[in-house]
Design a protein around this ligand. Structure first.
Ligand code: GTP
Ligand code: MG
Length: 207
């Protein structure tokens, strides 16, 4: 049993928006990034985690976040809000299913500790989410899954969708990744995500 150290966000500051990885802030601190299909709730989740309502911009129009936005938390680690995938239509023939910016970021950002892949809890597993997750696996990128908007559906459908997702993942994975359920309306999932981050930022203090 560890002593669960409550993870507090004491400060959260917008650092910059970057159109490419070379424009990102110097990668001298651990970084956690949020990714997922457009409109899945990435920016809302960042605001909930930091307790700052207007920190990341939220919009009901998909594709609001087109740049990589960095936030510095507690002067100790970065959060990155990434553009959504699955918004700009990609031709079926195209082999790269995800925007170049996302691929470049995921493959080259050295200080990336964990990518949180947001998946809409209301939907049965979607091909582009599964493709993206499996692509992460092939490239050995550490990630966890966050099921979003759980306030919008009932228990039964939520559990059913989660089970279907786990079944699909089991086809490709020996061990399932961490899966965290969240709602920015009910304010759930916050502690779990922050403590997940905390264990990676300060591994020795939590053993
Ligand atoms: P892009 O930047 O366009 O890729 O979107 P995003 O993934 O950052 O989504 P965003 O946080 O902007 O949220 C999209 C919409 O979903 C907004 O209308 C939010 O208010 C809504 N939303 C996000 N999270 C939740 C949630 O947990 N529950 C409910 N009910 N609505 C949510
Ligand atoms: Mg956004």
């Amino acid at each position: 049993m560890h002593m669960l150290q409550k993870t507090q966000v004491r400060s959260a500051v917008f650092v910059k928006s970057s159109p490419d990885v070379s424009g990102c802030p110097e990668g001298n601190l651990p970084e956690f990034a949020f990714i997922g299909r457009s409109n899945v709730g990435k920016s809302s989740l960042i605001n909930m985690l930091t307790g700052r309502k207007g920190l990341a911009r939220i919009s009901s129009t998909p594709g609001k976040t087109r740049l990589i936005n960095h936030f510095l938390i507690n002067d100790a680690w970065f959060l990155a809000d990434l553009p959504g995938y699955g918004y700009a239509r990609v031709s079926k023939k195209s082999r790269s299913m995800f925007p170049g910016l996302i691929r470049e970021y995921v493959m080259t950002r050295q200080n990336l500790m964990c990518l949180f892949v947001l998946v809409d809890s209301r939907l049965e597993p979607q091909k582009n989410d599964l493709d993206f997750i499996n692509w992460l696996g092939e490239n050995r990128v550490p990630f966890a899954i966050v099921l979003t908007k759980t306030d919008k559906i009932n228990h039964r459908v939520r559990h059913q969708n989660r089970r279907l997702l786990e079944e699909k993942l089991s086809l490709a994975w020996e061990a399932l990744p961490a899966i965290i359920e969240s709602s920015t309306v009910k304010k759930t999932g916050k502690e779990e995500i922050l403590s997940f981050i905390n264990h990676l930022v300060r591994p020795t203090e939590n053993t």
